[in-house]
Design a protein around this ligand. Sequence first.
Ligand code: ADP
Ligand code: 5GP
Length: 213
Amino acid sequence: MMSSNLEKRRGLMLVISSPSGAGKTTLARKLMAEFDTVALSISATTRTPRPNEVEGQDYYFKTHDRFHDLVKQGAFLEWAKVFDHYYGSLKSETEAKLSAGFDVIFDVDWQGADALHDQVPNDCVSVFILPPSIEALASRLDQRPGSTPEMVARRMADAKAEISHWRRYDYCIINDDLGMAYSQLRNILLVERMKRLRQNNLAPHVRALLGED
Ligand code: ADP
Ligand code: 5GP
């Protein structure tokens, strides 16, 4: 775990997309394991949990009715239909974390990435994860716990459509070797944190250097 002084900067929104199975959840979890100042925006979804998924940890699993109630209440920063299910980023997941200085990861499809970029252009950094090949993507989907041939086929059918949106992202990473891809994602986080506008302590520091205080 790596800590940093939360008061010295404001959190950024790290939006990660990929065709399903390319590895964004794996990469996001590695980032959270290393940095205790990185949190995940846990989405709500109408899809059923996979065998290893935990309510409130992977997703908030909702019925259609409950999900649409939340839409009506304005509870989502963004929401979209992906494959045959609804997914949405809850405002309640992010506001407190961002203002406390946490970087918040959003694992969303291209529609979610577009919506977040539009709403918060200055705080949003987007990364697209590409698989090394279509065959590797199919095999990763196949090996994922709880996968069925129908699920793999559905996700493979949509993979090229998702990949076609790669140009909308600030950064792209090819996730072939996991260690290499992780180190690239980590570098993106670290360099984006250094952006002048994100360093809240700079202005008073410079004023003190110039003797203006
Ligand atoms: P996504 O969140 O993009 O749908 P996951 O992170 O769930 O994808 O990864 C899909 C599967 O591929 C998981 O079983 C994961 O362990 C595996 N995986 C992820 N990255 C790699 C990699 N670089 N090499 C081999 N397998 C990987
Ligand atoms: P999965 O069912 O594999 O967990 O996710 C399927 C797709 O839905 C992935 O592309 C994932 O990024 C996307 N997704 C998950 N949560 C959200 C969300 O809150 N909003 C949007 N727009 N997409 C999401």
